[in-house]
Design a protein around this ligand. Sequence first.
Ligand code: ADP
Length: 165
Amino acid sequence: MKIAVCPGSFDPITKGHVDIIRRAAALFDEVIVVVMINYYKSSGCFDAEERSRLIKRSVEDIPNVKTDVYGGLLADYVKKVNACAVVKGLRAMSDFEYEFQQALTNKKINPDFETVFLPADGDHMFLSSSLVKQVCEFGGDVTDFLPPQICEDVIKKIKGRNLSK
Ligand code: ADP
């Protein structure tokens, strides 16, 4: 069985993430979406368990997707769950340098898995969790950016909250 891991901060999950997860699920037997604690951003709006619950609701229609939370090295997690690949979405050149560096570092730590990059869908190329939070905080419409199953709850949590404090 070929297992892939989709790691990220998912604070919160967006339609861009869901698109990558759905495409990964079509390529592998099982996909584990893992919320990485202390992944490259220090603090978040949603705690790790909340993020994981939001992911679960957003991908409930994809049968071969599981969710998890992990607070260690990605390379160790991949070994723990016996995955053969990590799947990452690439939005533009700006993602490329960081993601390439991560992929090569992971290869050094654990040569037994590949990093697979999927190009972001044209409609989601600009989309990031931080953008959603910024727009939502000040009452902008984010319904096009978020999975419909979680949209209302995410807006309720973020709207009117001063996240830049
Ligand atoms: P963000 O930058 O939105 O906080 P994460 O750190 O959670 O995203 O990213 C997890 C993975 O999802 C990364 O590989 C990232 O490149 C990818 N990703 C994030 N947003 C999108 C998008 N809109 N389209 C495709 N891939 C994305």
